[in-house]
Write a protein that binds this ligand. Structure first.
Ligand code: PLP
Length: 378
């Protein structure tokens, strides 16, 4: 039973209602066709860029299996993510270990399993890599502008671009293979300038490395590609991709392999969350509805991802500003204080779209409430 690609409320209501009846709620739906559609969109918009899916965005086995069978590469952040991907039969050369801070045992595991490509941003990390994964192929991750991104990553990661060449030379002296430059403009980067400035910075490092007899071959443009979270949001990625493509062509020769680490752009639009109203009250003249999932569950992206979602109901009628809250006993577990909704009843279904990334993955068991059941749909 699939969800229609085009919004058709009657059809959507029928599908969501029957899935909720069959499986109960909260229910986290992963759509195989929507996931593949996102991959194809990325490949169409950036045809010269080889995507390595960022497993951290959603590590559910359904997602990994679909992408592995489709032939996509993977960006892993830990030994556990690496193992999950290798167990699916993914060849080690389709994996990049793109956490700049790696545990020694994870590096040993990578070396034992032939995962050679990895990022770093300090000399301390280089020492560790040289010791536990000798001969690894390393990309220097540089600090780049993250202006306007939903999640800023340059706060925590990335070497100063001026330190890139000395660090790549150190890598070479440690008998590692310096192969390229990586960056991340921050997640849900709606500002194309972040990419354009980063490409310019990376190209300067490529040019300088060539002069130093250290020719680089891989450019990793990271993740951050934006998606639409709300019905009224514009598609920003499509026009942005035109500029990225132009700059890639202008700044890098055909001998440079360009890779990326999209997470949200692949899995975000591929998933739905279906919840149910399990409680209702009037507090301060306002309707409050308590749902069976919240910020400790699949809506954890509200906290960890700074995300906002659009909440849909099938009920119609006069709307009023209402509060939606989660099911736990913590007052932090408030989903939204300003949803314009008709009066709801206990048992009503509420659903969100575009909730595939940084959601189910960060859900907890707080209050003994298990994360939403995950169901794969066509
Ligand atoms: C190193 C790295 N690569 C890729 C990603 C995926 O980013 P996004 O989901 O914005 O595409 C992240 C997200 O935090 C990251 O830290």
């Amino acid at each position: 039973m699939g969800l229609p690609m085009k919004k058709n409320t009657t059809e959507l209501k029928k599908t969501i209602t029957s899935l909720a009846k069959k499986h109960g709620t909260p229910l986290f739906l992963i759509s195989e066709s929507l996931l593949i559609e996102q991959v194809k969109k990325f490949q169409t918009l950036l045809p010269s860029v080889n995507p390595f899916y960022a497993v951290k965005a959603n590590s559910h086995p359904f997602v990994l299996k679909i992408l592995a069978e489709y032939g996509i590469g993977f960006d892993v952040a830990s030994m556990q993510e690496m193992e999950a991907v290798l167990d699916l039969g993914v060849k080690p050369d389709r994996i990049i270990f793109a956490n700049t801070v790696k545990r020694p045992e994870a590096l040993q595991f990578a070396a034992q399993h032939g995962v050679r490509l990895m990022t770093f941003d300090s000399e301390y990390e280089l020492n560790k890599i040289a010791k536990y994964a000798p001969g690894a192929h390393v990309l220097i991750r540089i600090k780049v502008p993250n202006v306007g991104s939903l999640v800023e990553l340059s706060l925590k990661f990335g070497a100063e671009p001026t330190d890139a060449i000395p660090l790549l030379i150190k890598a070479f002296q440690m008998k590692l293979k310096p192969v390229g430059v990586s960056f991340h403009v921050g997640s849900q980067s709606t500002n194309e300038e972040n990419y354009l400035a980063s490409l310019e910075m990376a190209s300067m490092i490529f040019n300088e490395a060539k002069l130093k007899q250290l020719p680089l071959e891989i450019l990793d443009i990271g993740g951050g590609f934006p998606i639409r979270h709300f019905d009224q949001d514009k598609d920003i990625f499509s026009p942005m991709s035109i500029q990225i493509k132009k700059e890639l062509k202008r700044l890098f020769g055909p001998d440079v392999q360009v890779i990326a680490e999209p997470g949200r752009a692949f899995v975000g639009p591929a998933c739905y969350l279906v919840m149910q109203v399990v409680g209702k009250s009037i507090r301060g003249n306002k309707h409050w509805y308590y749902l069976d999932d919240g910020v400790y569950g699949s809506l954890s992206g509200i906290i960890f991802d700074h995300a906002k979602y659009q909440y849909h109901t099938f009920r119609r009628g006069v709307t009023q500003i209402t509060t939606l809250a989660g099911p736990t006993c913590d007052s932090l577990d408030i989903i939204s204080v300003s949803e314009d909704m008709p009066e709801l009843e206990i048992g009503d279904l509420i659903y969100c779209e575009n909730i595939g990334a940084y959601s189910w993955t960060t859900a907890t068991n707080f209050n003994g409430i298990p994360p939403a059941e995950v169901v794969l749909i066509p």
